[in-house]
Design a protein around this ligand. Sequence first.
Ligand code: NDP
Length: 463
Amino acid sequence: MALGEFQTSTPEDALQAVAAAREALEGWANTPAPARAQVLFRALEIMGRRSDELARTITEEEGKPLPDAMGEVRRAMNIIEYAAGEGRRMFGYTTPSELPSTVAYTVRRPLGVVAIITPWNFPIAIPAWKMAPALICGNALVFKPASITPLSAVKLTEVFEEAGLPPGVLNLITGPGGSVGNALVQSPDVNAISFTGSTEIGTGIYAEGAQHLKKVQCEMGGKNAVILLEDADLDKALGGIVQGAFGSTGQRCTATSRVIVEEGVYDTFMEQLVQRTSQLKVGDGMAADTDVSPLSSQSQLDTVLNYIGIGAEEGAHLAFGGRAVTGGEFDEGYYVEPTIFTDVTTDMRIAQEEIFGPVLTVFKAKDLDDAVEISNSVKFGLSSSVYTRDLPRAYRYINTVDAGMVHVNAPTLGGEVHLPFGGLKSSGVGQREQGVEAFDFFSEVITVYIDYADTSRTQARFI
Ligand code: NDP
């Protein structure tokens, strides 16, 4: 079903959007932060009023089940609320000067024009968690959403427009990343870039941004692992693993892609994992009883099926699923069975590369140290989890696992907006998103010294 028609913009259009942002910047930057916050509070109220419509748009456009889409809208509202509250803080600090009659303090200033480049898998929440902190800090924005989810982007932009954001402060530009996105990255009038997407594209953007000395943050791929230790609450672990691997059809950056199971519990776990997975219902995201909805595009389906083929060729054992679901209503979407591979080894591609679909790889480990070694054997380091009741082992895990977000007895998924979000290694570079770190990224800190002595100085400064 076609949801609309959207402009294929050109690089010239992108530069016009940058020029519009540049023109609006001064007025917005000079608006006091508490007044900027009022716009965000109105956006929060409008989003609340339109939340059903926004969630339905996400499900129709991206495909995730409606309850997940509702959760996404809620997440966007949380970050808007959090950033709006910051309007009355926006702290710098004062500190004693080493000189007499001198005041020393810091103050925050906007970066300028910021490009926001986002993926399709959270078409409202990810842009919102960049926009809200960027706006409260006084920046003007050019927003380039993923090409396959433009309608969600239009509706999100409408929310801010309706909230009274001055014209030019937020500019939406639809069109291909390779041309339109690239024009933003290269433009000397763009001061900073906040990107979420694949590691491949993010690496290029980071390098290009550095050439122009832009401030850049990139949130990228993951290959998140759960470690299941023998002493864990197995029922709780199974719930978290199934939700983490197959919820939102595995198309979350924090999805569970690997499970590393301590030997003693392996056979019992596998039996119950396959049994629980077999109960999941594949279907339309709008249907109330759907657990696993379609993938977002033909190219996602092709990628996932290709990886399933690679897993079989590499010698992994297909313990469940593995096929596209077709026929009747399923021909209208990109459905694939939730899939489990066992006998996976760390040298396999399915063990190392991000699949971004409902495919879970299972490993057997001798003990915690072996499990952490397997967990850390990938280039990514976004999210991770351990299930155990053993506090010393939990802490050993927390201190040694390569991940920006660590969970104990909870799925690898998600996070809260007032805590930093992001990863290590190839999963993230630049400052963390969300939490207080978001305001650090979207502002420059200026250091001020005021000499109020009414006589000239005898003491010299040396730097
Ligand atoms: P892509 O990297 O393909 O695209 C992301 C965005 O970048 C899109 O808007 C895309 O536009 C744009 N883009 C593509 N090429 C360029 C370019 N040369 N210059 C500038 N912009 C460009 O990622 P996907 O959209 O496929 O998203 C999935 C990825 O996102 C996964 O790897 C996932 O792990 C990651 N992700 C990471 C998260 C995190 O916080 N760490 C959270 C969510 C997802 P277009 O759509 O037009 O190609």
